[in-house]
Ligand binder design. Structure first.
Ligand code: IMP
Ligand code: MG
Length: 175
């Protein structure tokens, strides 16, 4: 597959991916029975993962989405990301954050902080992909689909410069 002059090869095929997503959902069904969890998907990248995991989640639950708006403040050098789109009351709720990929872990840890501040009873993470070598923060991740090497990937929701989200497999950059 080619995107903007870059070549990608299949890393995880559709069948392997779907098997893993179903097994994550089975674990969640067991762990969250009678807890009425609130799933929170992080847009845009997680949309396919969320859709497929929810086809196998069969316990009473709710699903919502958030987005992280990126903007750089004139006065500070850091990149501030504001969490938008969350209208649910999180007080005493069991939250499961659904993410496409955890790289440095900085995105997800800022999300966790904010969700905990809103009074959630528990906040856990389910990520389809994890790059352990890239991780910069100490994170307890309850559900991981696949651990992958520190290589750029696209497909199944993940993009390269906005392109490539619409595939059934996950592809890795070819050198
Ligand atoms: P982190 O804050 O470094 O963990 O980055 C997480 C976010 O970066 C993900 O939600 C993705 O949007 C993006 N990202 C990280 N690695 C990749 C990749 O290999 N392909 C596409 N997007 C990525
Ligand atoms: Mg993302």
């Amino acid at each position: 597959m080619k995107i903007k002059n870059k070549s990608f090869k299949v890393l995880i095929d559709e069948h392997t991916l779907q098997d893993k997503i179903a097994s994550l959902a089975h674990k969640i069904n067991k762990d969250y029975k009678d807890k009425r969890p609130l799933f929170i998907g992080i847009l845009n990248g997680s949309f396919m993962f969320v859709a497929d995991i929810m086809k196998t989640v069969n316990i009473e639950s709710e699903i919502s989405f958030i987005k992280l708006a990126s903007y750089t403040e004139m006065s500070s050098s850091g990149n501030v990301r504001e969490l938008i789109g969350l209208s649910e009351n999180l007080f005493n709720r069991h939250v499961v954050v659904l993410e496409d990929i955890i790289d440095s872990g900085l995105t997800i840890s800022s999300v966790l902080e904010e969700l905990k501040e809103r009074g959630a009873a528990s906040v856990e993470i389910a990520t389809m992909l994890l790059k352990p070598e890239a991780l910069k923060v100490d994170l307890a991740i309850k559900y991981v689909g696949f651990e992958i090497t520190n290589e750029f990937v696209v497909g199944f929701g993940l993009d390269y410069d906005g392109i490539g989200r619409n595939t059934r497999a996950i592809y890795q950059l070819k050198h």
